[in-house]
Write a protein that binds this ligand. Structure first.
Ligand code: G
Ligand code: G
Ligand code: MN
Ligand code: NA
Length: 258
């Protein structure tokens, strides 16, 4: 069911839902944004991970309407938190290869922003290196259009795909996401430590912010902080949660004047 009004699915039987995972600033400890992550709540099979259906949705082309639903729902939700007077957050949305290639992507993003009232600066698009490299020239052009609109871009799963450093230099992006596969053994693996440190320093030299994903332990967080990583995301701080939980978290973070 992708029926929607005001960007939200209104069907009572809607089987898709978005969870939101907080992103935390490693220096201030503040939640500055969230990543929208889709779930399929199947009447018989229960909660299905996107790992099991995004690939199929890509192949069948379903990813285009599904991705548009994700984009619009995330924009409306993020604006709703703002309208409720909560501290303003940025939201990031995962865009898969086929969605990124789609001609009307930029137009759809502009529509979602206009209809929801969310400022472009509050939206970030997460793409993988592999999606970008499928048609490098086109991708760079599209990234420039998003940049001109004020929408931020980040490279998801950084280090697991392939993109040359010369290509990376030409991307108008604002953030690198260190893939969680490099974070999980950070405490024990000297190799993963070296990779994390290299990504952080590369990112900073290219003037990008660097976020680590999949942070589950204090040890991992402390290593990242000590090595000047900017931000983190992971179960240590919070799992992906329904929008009401984000509102509670934000409300709890507001300190009333004395
Ligand atoms: O929590 P997690 O199981 O959400 O996500 C598994 C994979 O599915 C990740 O690679 C993530 O980027 C991807 N994913 C999650 N939500 C979305 C979405 O809304 N759109 C796309 N294209 N991928 C998503
Ligand atoms: O590919 P992408 O980075 O968009 O996907 C993020 C995936 O990582 C989602 O499946 C999300 O649920 C998952 N995730 C988020 N935090 C953690 C964590 O701390 N540990 C693990 N193992 N997975 C996480
Ligand atoms: Mn992501
Ligand atoms: Na990732």
């Amino acid at each position: 069911c992708l029926e929607e009004r005001d960007g939200r699915c209104t069907g009572a039987d809607c089987q898709f839902q978005l969870l939101y995972q907080p992103k935390v600033d490693l220096r201030t400890g503040q939640v500055f944004g969230v990543e929208a992550l889709i779930r399929w709540n199947h009447p018989e099979h229960g909660l299905i991970s996107p790992l099991r259906f995004i690939g199929l949705a890509e192949e069948s082309g379903m990813i285009v309407p599904l991705g548009e639903w994700v984009l619009r729902t995330a924009c409306f939700q993020t604006q709703a938190w703002r309208d409720a007077g909560l501290p303003p957050l940025a939201v990031s949305v995962n865009v898969s290869a086929r969605q990124f290639e789609e001609k009307r992507l930029v137009e759809r993003i502009a529509d979602a922003l206009r209809d929801s009232g969310l400022p472009p600066q509050a939206l970030e698009v997460e793409v993988t290196e592999s999606s970008i490299m499928r048609d490098l020239a086109r991708s760079v052009e599209k990234m420039r259009e998003l940049e001109a609109m004020g929408v931020a871009l980040s490279i998801d799963d950084f280090g697991t795909g392939y993109s040359s450093l010369s290509a990376l230099k030409s991307f108008p992006i604002s953030r690198l996401k260190i893939d969680k596969s490099f974070v999980s053994d950070l405490a024990d693996s000297l190799d993963d430590q070296a990779i994390a440190m290299a990504v952080i320093s590369l990112g900073h030299k290219l003037n990008l912010r660097v976020i680590a994903e999949g942070v589950e332990t204090e040890q991992q967080r402390d290593f990242l902080r000590a090595n000047d990583c900017d931000e983190m995301q992971g179960y240590l701080f919070s799992r992906p949660v329904p929008p009401e939980r984000i509102a509670e978290m934000l409300a709890a973070s507001i300190t009333l004047p004395e």
